[in-house]
Design a protein around this ligand. Structure first.
Ligand SMILES: Nc1ncnc2c1ncn2[C@@H]1O[C@H](COP(=O)(O)OP(=O)(O)O)[C@@H](O)[C@H]1O
Ligand SMILES: [Mg+2]
Length: 249
């Protein structure tokens, strides 16, 4: 493994957190960088950390967050050395915050351009035989100039000949493809699962709301699959009566 950059004495500003821990901004570098997934040598999540590092290292695409190395520093409270992943800092945070922020106005032309960027990132992953498995607006980051970059490679899986079915626990249920969610036996993991999740991201960019929100944050595809007809009816009833389908239709 490479020699970590010593961050002793560098100011770490907390900017957010996800399932795997806190994310910090280091603005004393130009351009600014972020530090993610802080772990100690004894940490049980070290394996996940190493997988994310190894994956990021070999990916190089303008729409994938750039890996810059490993940073180490002594934790103030415990005095124990810790390490984190250094990555390019995306000044506007996660896409979910951009979608939610009414102060940011964007048009369908922006959505088309962002969709292209995300599809390019997915195409690149597919070429590299990798499946992200956790595509969602919280894992797409937005640069200062509003370019989208796919991030959070903590769940990535390389497709190999021996790679068989899905691991049900991996991913976020709301955005999981049906085959991923139900881990249908015999179905092999493929980049098509990422395509499904990306479809939902694009849908959310267009509508500026969480899709399937009525199912709560732990939405289960199984529920939708049995009630999809009803769901369409609800959408139709909610819109203007003039454009509502007639019973015959
Ligand atoms: N490179 C980055 N630039 C800007 N914000 C980031 C960056 N990396 C992470 N974040 C912020 O931290 C949050 C969690 O990061 P993420 O990589 O998804 O971690 P986790 O694996 O814990 O989910 C993101 O949703 C985003 O708001
Ligand atoms: Mg995340």
């Amino acid at each position: 493994m490479e020699i970590p950059v010593d961050l002793s004495g560098v100011n770490l500003e907390w900017i957010g957190h996800g399932a795997s821990g806190s994310i910090f901004l280091i603005d004393s570098f130009e351009p600014a960088i972020s530090l993610k997934h802080i772990i100690t040598r004894a940490d049980t999540r070290r394996n996940e950390f190493l997988i994310e590092v190894e994956t990021l290292k070999r990916l190089n695409h303008p729409n994938i967050v750039k890996y810059l190395g490993i940073g180490k520093f002594k934790q103030k409270r415990t005095n124990i050395w810790a390490e984190g992943i250094l990555m390019e800092y995306c000044g506007r945070g996660a896409l979910c915050h951009l979608i939610d922020n009414p102060a940011i106005i964007y048009t369908i032309y922006n959505v088309v351009s962002w969709t292209r960027q995300l599809i390019k990132a997915l195409g690149y992953l597919a070429e590299n035989r990798a499946v992200h498995r956790d595509i969602k607006p919280a894992n797409v980051f937005v640069s200062t100039y509003f370019e989208l970059k796919l991030g959070d490679f903590g769940s990535i899986k390389e497709i190999t000949r021996s790679c068989s079915s899905f691991t049900p626990a991996v991913g976020t249920r709301r955005y999981m493809s049906p085959e991923q969610s139900k881990s249908i036996s015999g179905k092999r993991l493929s980049h098509r699962s990422d395509v499904y999740s990306m479809g939902l991201v694009i849908w959310e960019m267009i509508e500026r709301r969480k899709v399937f929100a009525r199912f709560g944050s732990h939405y289960d595809y199984g529920l939708f699959a049995t009630e999809d007809r009803q769901l369409i009816d609800v959408e139709v009833l909610e819109c203007e009566p003039e454009i509502r389908f007639t019973v015959e239709k």
